[in-house]
Design a binder for this molecule. Structure first.
Ligand SMILES: C=C(O[C@@H]1C=C(C(=O)O)C=C[C@H]1O)C(=O)O
Ligand SMILES: [Mg+2]
Length: 467
């Protein structure tokens, strides 16, 4: 990879064309510029006129926002080896790339954004036809807000037969229209109908799972259920996204647009983050609602910390993550017990795991080892995933799968896509699951999933909705 100063787009395209001719194959170009402050939601909104393939990511710590418009290239892999395949496609793409970047900030330049489905062995497509087993996009235009500064990356794949002027003009025009100032004006949707998919059968399945656990089949399994909504009109996605960001602190705000469908959510759960080889993973499992008063809130939190059933749910996650992290890193630090992680509608048990990633491993290697953790699959991993495949009637698609990004400097972060919805024009499917252990009570687990649906319901016109 070649690093030089950011020159005129036309010059870069010309230079890339010459090289592409010489090589007889396409060449990837990436140009990073420092720009004036730009509203990411407006950028996302304007981007729909350029390509209906967009992505949005805001970290839970709110220190990194990225908005991708269009696709300069994509990484796909279908097999069980999908994480490795994506990694090797990524390495290949970087070999033939010309990068013009004066800043070298994380999340700028060549960045891949996207995700993976929960279970690549799930045969059913509906309703996830637009979201393949893995889809990572290197956007044509990427807005990055990091360390209080704003950057725009232009990425393009230049083919030997391309026309210099035409390509340069097109890039320049799109760039200029994306950076025009304006307001996001859309409104939140109005619900026509909500439909809870088979609640009684779901409670039965929780009961059956507790029996199977008692019989020794496994120790924990996460079972999810679905809520379907129809709206009066097509959902205005930017308004929903902005409302999520406004109402869900301490959460990753994400949206992936693929062939007109949107997968959107506000998840609190980090899977793994790597920055300059420092690895952080997170154990998040065990749940109670927030209290209506400060007193009630405190009481609920204390009860959660002392509750054996929730502690057990959590402990399985800690054990598995610790083992997976130890397999690829050193100096692993795990606190002795969990603390509370407060969200707007619920509070969880939280244990961070820190380590230094060993040479030779990448973020995707870590994701491969971790996914799915017992927070989304169960314990043991293989048995619980198969149990979900056979007993859960919904198709998880990207729900509970790893979503995130990585850049060419091996920085990156993945979260698990919970507290989320698949939105298809006037329809939405919301998903929520819970960790079932031996002492789980079906009614209580049902109530827990209802609270987990709240963050999405509240921004989808369901503010009156209560369990
Ligand atoms: C599966 C979900 O959440 C997971 C299950 C939790 C639990 O059962 O206590 C808590 C956090 C997540 O690990 C979901 O929100 O859909
Ligand atoms: Mg739970």
């Amino acid at each position: 990879m070649l690093h030089t100063k950011a020159p005129q787009i036309e010059e870069v395209v010309g230079e890339a064309l010459q090289k592409a001719h010489h090589l007889g194959e396409p060449l990837f170009i990436s140009i990073v510029e420092h720009i004036d402050d730009q509203d990411p939601f407006q950028f996302f909104e304007t981007g729909q006129h350029i390509d209906q393939h967009r992505s949005f990511w805001q970290s839970a710590e709110n220190d990194l926002t990225m908005v991708g418009i269009g696709k300069a290239s994509q990484l796909y892999a279908k097999s069980k080896q999908r994480f490795r395949e994506v990694q090797s496609l990524w390495t290949q793409l970087q070999e033939n790339a010309m990068v013009h970047d004066d800043y070298n900030k994380k999340g700028t330049g060549m960045v891949a954004l996207g995700g993976f489905s929960f279970d690549p062995e799930q045969k059913e497509d509906t309703p996830w036809e637009s979201f393949p087993d893995s889809q990572l996009t290197i956007p044509a235009f990427l807005l990055t807000k990091v360390e209080g500064e704003t950057y725009l990356t232009i990425n393009a794949l230049i083919f030997p037969e391309d026309h210099q002027q035409q390509i340069a003009n097109q890039i320049q025009n799109h760039r200029d229209s994306l950076l025009k100032k304006g307001e996001v004006t859309g409104s939140l949707p109005v619900i026509e109908q909500t439909f809870e998919v088979a609640p009684e059968a779901w409670k039965e399945s929780v009961k059956k799972a507790t029996e199977d656990i008692t019989a020794g089949l496994m120790e924990k399994v996460v079972l999810a259920r679905e809520l379907r909504i129809t709206f009066k009109e097509n959902v205005q996605i930017t308004a929903v996204l902005k409302a999520l960001a406004d109402t869900q602190p301490n959460s990753y705000i994400f949206c992936y647009e693929s062939e007109g469908d949107h997968f959107i959510g506000a998840t609190p759960e980090r899977l793994a983050k790597v920055e300059e080889r420092e690895l952080v993973s997170t154990c998040l499992a065990g749940t109670v609602p927030r209290g209506r008063t400060e007193e009630e809130d405190f009481k609920l939190g204390e009860e959660l910390l002392g509750d054996p059933k929730n502690r057990q749910e959590h402990q399985f996650v800690v054990e598995m993550i610790k083992e997976a992290v130890e397999a690829c890193s050193s100096q692993v630090e795990v606190p002795n017990g969990p603390v509370l992680y407060p969200l707007r509608n619920l509070q969880h048990l939280y244990t961070p795991v820190k380590a230094v990633l060993d040479q030779g491993y990448t973020l995707l290697d870590v994701i491969e080892k971790l996914h799915p953790t017992p927070a989304l699959g169960g314990m043991p991993q293989q048995v619980s995933v198969e149990y979900i495949r056979t007993h859960e009637t919904l198709n998880r698609g990207w729900y509970a799968g790893p979503i995130g990004w990585f850049d060419a400097q091996d920085n990156g972060e993945f979260a698990v896509a919970i507290r989320s919805a698949l939105i298809q024009q006037k329809e939405a499917s919301l998903f929520a699951g819970c960790g079932v252990v031996e002492d789980s009570d079906p009614e209580a687990e049902f109530a827990e999933t209802a609270v987990k649906l709240k963050p999405m319901m509240n921004v989808l016109g369901g503010s009156e909705w209560d369990m």
